[in-house]
Design a protein around this ligand. Structure first.
Ligand code: SAM
Ligand code: SF4
Ligand code: SF4
Length: 371
């Protein structure tokens, strides 16, 4: 079937100003938005580049050799990321996830990890520090990442069959090397490891049961992600989404499942355990089951824009504050005002208003703000 690819509208150029209102907000770790949702989870994209071309994220036809990636000077430096992260933690963030693009392509990422590992939450604890990767460079880097202070990794893997996997990453990357990366991460102590599989109808449905079989009893939690209408280039269609309920029943036909309690508020995955006690699987159902009600995640783009929702059209320009000489107190106050004004709930609205509910069809790319 011919791929439907929609041309990229460059949202990186549009930004919202991060204002500095006169009524300053001093962080006390208790920040909440208009719907009472606290700020707990910060996802930081450290690069907009990737060595894969997953069709659901960076289709080759759009992200080709002529695609203009961000110039190095536009990226936040490690010092700038760390300075912002400190203010987010002061407002209550407990967990930091590095993502991308492919975060392991960012040169000297270990240095950033080392700096973030020194920070403290409002409770005086080190933040939970994790990273999402396609696993291609993990075999080489796992040990150094762990030594720098990374606690865990989540590895994306869309199938075990080599031909299916090579087709999904669209750069002919072999599955064996990702499996080696997962083994190296385990060896290095980067656990508990999670593996994320995006399921796309007609592409990798046949990998659901083999993946479940492979990772059950392994101590690794496999999570199935519904193919999302994120970004504006992947030509998303509802009929290519395999609902989590269907994935679950396909697995249960081979391995009976029982539902488990959520591990934390705002947890994106619904947890199910194998009835025979051989581990658990997760389902991230952002299309068929909205979970905006307790969404506590903020996303920082590679060039320092703050996005309040994965489906937002625009982000708030924090780099302008940083480079314009704002003090830490001013940055913290600006963050406070932005989060307090947050109303986003795209996944809840998708059902009633259609897939363009959030931003009139102009949405930021996943490779730019990370997952
Ligand atoms: N390159 C890294 C990786 O693939 O793990 C990190 C960035 S990637 C954007 C983060 C996550 O988003 C991956 O698990 C990927 O499978 C997921 N993702 C990307 N596009 C998606 C889409 N359209 N629907 C659902 N998940 C998607
Ligand atoms: Fe790259 Fe990750 Fe997007 Fe795949 S999902 S293209 S690995 S950023
Ligand atoms: Fe959070 Fe936006 Fe996703 Fe809702 S749609 S869960 S607000 S990121």
């Amino acid at each position: 079937m011919a791929e439907r690819v929609i041309p990229l509208v460059d949202q990186r150029l549009t930004a919202l100003r991060a204002a500095l209102p006169a009524d300053a907000i001093t962080p006390n770790g208790l920040l909440a938005d208009t719907r009472g949702r606290e700020l707990r989870d910060l996802r930081i994209s450290v690069t907009d580049r990737c060595n894969f071309r997953c069709s659901y994220c960076m289709p080759k036809e759009v992200f080709d050799k002529d695609h203009a990636y961000l110039p190095h000077a536009s990226l936040l430096s490690f010092e700038e990321v760390t300075r912002l992260a400190r203010q987010f933690l002061a407002h209550g963030v407990r967990k930091i996830r590095l993502t991308g693009g492919e975060p392991l392509l960012r040169k000297n990422i270990e240095i950033l990890i080392g700096q973030l590992a020194q920070l403290r939450t409002v409770d005086g604890m080190p933040p939970e520090l994790t990273l999402t990767t396609n696993g291609s460079l993990l075999a080489r880097k796992a040990r150094a990442l762990r030594d720098a202070g990374l606690q865990r990794v989540t590895v994306s893997l869309d199938g075990l069959d080599d031909a299916v996997f090579r087709q999904m990453n669209d750069v002919d990357f072999p599955v064996a090397e990702v499996l080696e990366g997962i083994a190296a991460a385990r060896e290095a102590g980067l656990g508990p490891i999670k593996v994320n599989m995006v399921v796309k109808r007609g592409t990798n449905e046949d990998q659901i049961v083999p993946m479940a079989r492979h990772f059950r009893s392994s101590g690794i939690v496999l999570r199935f992600i519904e193919y999302m209408d994120v970004g504006a280039t992947n030509g998303w269609r509802m009929d290519e989404v395999v609902p989590s309920a269907e994935v679950r029943s396909r697995i249960a036909a081979h391995f009976p499942l029982v539902q488990l309690d959520p591990s934390a508020p705002g947890e994106t995955a619904e947890r199910w355990g194998y009835a025979d006690g051989e581990g658990e699987v997760g389902f991230i159902s952002s299309v068929t089951q909205a979970f905006c009600g307790d969404c506590n995640r903020a996303r920082l783009s590679t060039e320092g824009k703050l996005y309040l929702c994965l489906f937002a059209a625009n982000g708030y320009d924090l780099r302008e504050l940083l480079r314009g000489g704002a003090s830490d107190a001013e940055i913290a106050s600006a963050l406070g005002h932005i989060w307090q004004g947050r109303t986003d709930r795209y996944s809840e609205l998708r059902g009633t208003l259609g897939a363009d509910a959030g931003a009139g069809g102009r949405r930021v790319e996943m490779s730019y703000i990370g997952g």
